[in-house]
Design a protein around this ligand. Structure first.
Ligand code: GAL
Length: 380
């Protein structure tokens, strides 16, 4: 090698090292939330955690969500990111992987939505629940799925997906209501909305188990945890207490807002009261949000109306988004973040995240739009 070649190779080596260092340390430096904008992770890639939820471990937030591609089939699984400041997120990989094995219900190409993780203090395990639809069956299966891990970021071991509460009556379905539902089940001219309201779908699915689609989890301060989901053809919510290990639904459950057509439930607790945001049923298209409150997770729940304050368009479309989770900010009192998805079904991977501060007005949780905001919003 002559001197010229030596200099050239040294220069090449320097350039390569610089590139590697830049790549290794590539990270974002967000200092605020910018709802609806591209939100890059530490690798400069738009965060892929749709329909997500957040679990806090010590001083770190873990954001779990649907890894989307260019259609709605789950080909990858549940993606997880971590953050200490909520603005900047590190890609922690795939927490629950879709399976190559075509005999598994969790095979690639099935639909996996709205994953949520809670920690069980008794078993020291992280438990992940999600909405699961079987491959090639559209949204017909309506199952809830569960997986478990010793580590927050996984890998999560898939347990099973199933219908809920086969052969078990809810706590709030009296003999009178059963008789009423049976009468309605015989009517042939009932409209779709009425079937759910009068318990006709509930009776239909009694033996085989109730449907579960849009779902979330809520872990209470006393360690009890709940599974909240759109059931009965999305007409009625079902709230079920989880067993002590969080791996199954206990028999303690209630029907909430029969025929109310709520989807996308998200729960939080403030001053001993439980609050819920939800949406109506228009698939990927946005619709007006709803809010509700209760003194106990198992109800009764009282409707509080549309929480959005703003223009007609904002009220009609919930800022063009649909709720997925409400995050209590660690170390700040009464600080809750409304997390929602602005779906882009033509190219799901491009879906945007709408995070807004929850405010209170006359004892009701309300939402207003901000193009940009920071956590010190809650200190004012
Ligand atoms: C929405 C639901 C999403 C997804 C979609 C499918 O209403 O909230 O999670 O299931 O329907 O059309």
């Amino acid at each position: 090698m002559n001197i010229k070649q030596m200099k050239l190779s040294r220069r090449l080596f320097q350039l390569l090292t610089m590139c590697c260092v830049t790549l290794t340390f590539a990270q974002t430096d967000y200092k605020s939330f910018q709802p609806g904008e591209i939100w890059e992770d530490n690798n400069g890639v738009h965060i892929n955690a749709h329909g997500g939820g957040i679990t806090v471990v010590n001083d770190t937030y873990y954001w779990f969500g649907e890894h989307k591609g260019n259609n709605n089939q789950a080909l990858v699984g549940v993606h997880v990111y971590s953050s200490k400041d909520l603005y900047n997120w590190k890609d922690e990989g795939v927490a629950l992987k879709m399976k190559e094995d075509t005999s598994s219900k969790l095979q690639k190409g099935s639909v996996l939505e709205r994953p949520k993780v809670i920690y069980n203090d008794k078993t020291n395990k992280y438990v992940l629940w999600f909405h699961h639809e079987l491959k090639g069956q559209g949204y017909k299966a309506a199952l809830t799925g569960v997986a478990v891990s010793d580590n927050i970021t996984g890998p999560y071991e898939y347990i099973d997906s199933f219908r809920m509460h086969p052969g078990v009556w809810p706590k709030n379905f009296s003999e009178e209501e059963k008789a009423h539902a049976e009468t309605y089940a015989k009517k042939e001219d009932l409209k779709w909305g009425q079937r759910s309201k009068h318990g006709v779908y509930f009776l239909r699915d009694f033996e085989g188990g109730q449907m579960s689609r849009d779902m979330t989890l809520f872990k209470d301060e006393d360690g009890s945890a709940y599974h909240i989901t759109a059931s009965e053809e999305n007409g009625t919510l079902i709230i079920s207490k989880l067993t002590d290990d969080y791996l199954s639904l206990s028999n303690e459950y209630v029907r909430v807002f029969p025929g109310g057509n709520n989807e996308a439930p998200a729960i939080f607790k403030k001053d001993g009261k439980y609050y819920m945001f939800s949406s109506g049923l228009t698939g990927w298209d946005p619709n007006p949000a709803r809010s509700a409150m209760a003194d106990s997770m198992l109800g009764p729940w009282k409707s509080l109306g549309n929480p959005v304050r703003g223009s007609e368009e904002e009220k009609e479309t919930t800022f063009r988004s649909q709720s997925t989770y409400v995050l209590p900010v660690v170390g700040k009192k009464d600080a809750f973040i409304f997390m929602a998805d602005r779906w882009t079904p033509k190219n799901p991977i491009d879906g945007r995240y709408i995070w807004l501060p929850v405010q209170f007005e006359d004892g009701k949780p309300i939402l207003k739009w901000y193009n940009e905001w920071k956590l010190d919003f809650f200190d004012k």
